[in-house]
Ligand binder design. Structure first.
Ligand SMILES: [Zn+2]
Length: 73
């Protein structure tokens, strides 16, 4: 009786390009300067949209307070 251990192929430590999903070395975030540019752009857009969300929240809260204070008495 022989027990054969089937060794699973080791998955080499790697990451995926956050833009296109290509396998890349673990110390990289993107696969190419092209994808880096896209990443920077999307980060910038995310920052802007987060700021917009914050402004909308503040406006909504202020509007709610105004409605509450000046609401039908
Ligand atoms: Zn890529």
């Amino acid at each position: 009786m022989s027990q054969q251990k089937k060794e699973k192929p080791k998955i080499i430590d790697h990451r995926h390009c956050v833009i296109c999903g290509k396998a890349i070395p673990p110390d990289e975030q993107v696969c190419s300067p092209d994808c880096r540019e896209k990443l920077e752009l999307s980060k910038e857009r995310e920052k802007k949209s987060k700021r917009m969300m914050l402004i909308i929240y503040v406006i909504m809260i202020v509007a709610l307070i105004i409605l509450f204070v000046l609401g039908p008495a």
